[in-house]
Design a binder for this molecule. Sequence first.
Ligand code: ZN
Length: 218
Amino acid sequence: MPQRTLSKTVRPSAFRLRAAAIAAVAAGTGAATLLGAGAAAADSASLAPTSVTTSAVADQAKAQTKAAAAVKQAAAAKAASWVHPVSRYTLSASFGLGGSMWSHKHSGQDFAVPNGTPVLAAHAGTVVKAGPVGAGDGPAYGNAVVVRHANNTYSQYAHLSKINVRVGQSVGTGERIALSGNTGNSSGPHLHFEIRTSPNYGSAVNPVAFLRTVGVTV
Ligand SMILES: [Zn+2]
């Protein structure tokens, strides 16, 4: 029976081909799983010889390491950055102004905002002062908060209607620490913002000039 003979010789060969195809698919799937890559990478891995696949895995690993480093770097840059203490404002009294409102020159920058506007930590740090009577800096400030940052830099927030942080608390950049108000010696709802070189009154520097050096334009 020629038909039977033919089928006997063909069948094992067809079986081998099919087995090889299944193996190739399995290998391709394995490579794709290892890579954690998309369809394009899986295709090239299953078609490519073993040596190329190994190099593709190495390239992919390199690319993933690079991407992870970039994400880490972006996160570090974000952590290092400063932000505005209030997001929507009108600038009012600026630093260094004289006049009857202040016993000395104006020691901060005023941001006119409605009562109850969220006040944000301009940079990550630790709360070192929080309370009424300027948290120890005098009644003119009303309710106030001082945050210590790296490199002997402190930010101060005054005339607050509500304080949301306590001394010793760590705060992140842009974290809400208080609500603005009109407490203390204030002629209307606003945030008084200082940058200081110590936690205390008398060490203020121009906050607008300082913010500019850290990439924040007021
Ligand atoms: Zn002020």
